[in-house]
Design a protein around this ligand. Structure first.
Ligand SMILES: [Zn+2]
Length: 265
């Protein structure tokens, strides 16, 4: 794990990249901040988390780090020990953590619950949606540390790296670390309701678009040609044929629209 800081004092804000070793976009954003060392109005902690997995260009070494929190210093797995160390570093910091996907090109934010902080910060980020994980947060960073996760785009793409950079700067501006103004957006909120499992098969297909409603009775995915049909309408989130080992993704409901409250100057 690489830990650095810009600005002096004890940071209450952190930017984390490389939770997954095959998602390099965030690492580039962090490295750029370290190269440029912008003048900050609040100190910021910068972390590249799973260096070992990044070196090997794999999602993880022993287990998924974003399912391993809070971790254990005496665990057998690299990621469980790393999760424990990372929680120690991030204690007391509002954390911004960058990911990328195999399912959706447009950036979106993921939070454990729509807290006051999320309501204030997320509409100021260049994202198109807010996803609330509610019951599906177990083992993820935001179950241990107050965290706003962002999906920056398609894994390994140049666009995801550029988005990571823009998202990080917008986050640091929204929390008052970088000077300037942000643009506020109205964002749809989706709440995850179900995990969509996939059977063991040789080929997987997904027939639907993420964040676009699937009607009851519509086929939405297939494993070796066996179609899965929606029993009730849902919004697919993080759905892709080969993104995860045993799930296609998640079903969500659209719950609300979030817009940042007007700030009093
Ligand atoms: Zn990730």
């Amino acid at each position: 794990m690489r830990v650095a800081q810009i600005g002096s004092g004890t940071p209450e804000i952190a930017v984390v990249a490389g939770i997954h070793g095959d998602e390099p976009c965030g690492v580039r954003a962090v490295e750029r901040l370290l190269d440029e060392r912008p003048t900050v109005e609040r100190p910021v902690k910068l972390i590249v988390a799973n260096e070992e997995a990044l070196k090997r260009r794999v999602r993880f070494v022993d287990e998924d780090l974003n399912r391993a929190f809070p971790g254990d210093p005496n665990a057998e797995t690299h990621e469980s020990r790393l999760a424990h160390e990372l929680v120690g570093e991030l204690e007391g910091c509002l954390t911004f953590s960058m990911h990328s996907t195999q399912s959706h090109a447009e950036p979106f934010a993921i939070v454990n619950g729509v807290s006051e902080t999320a309501t204030e910060i997320v509409p100021q980020l260049p994202v198109t949606a807010l996803v609330e994980t509610s019951n599906f947060a177990e083992g993820r960073l935001f179950s241990s540390i107050e965290t706003i996760e962002v999906e920056c785009g398609m894994q390994g793409s140049e666009t995801a790296a550029q988005n990571a950079d823009r998202l990080t700067r917008a986050f640091l501006t929204a929390v008052g670390a970088l000077p300037g103004d942000t643009v506020c957006r109205e964002l749809p909120i989706y709440r995850l309701t179900n995990v969509i499992r996939k059977q063991d098969a040789d080929t997987y297909e997904v027939f639907v678009e993420n964040f676009t409603e699937v009607e009851s009775g519509d086929p939405f995915a297939a494993a070796d040609g066996n179609e899965q049909v929606a029993e009730e309408p849902f919004y697919p989130v993080l759905m892709s044929p080969n993104g995860y080992r045993d799930v296609f993704g998640y079903a969500a409901e659209k719950v609300d629209v979030l817009s940042s409250p007007p700030t009093a100057d």
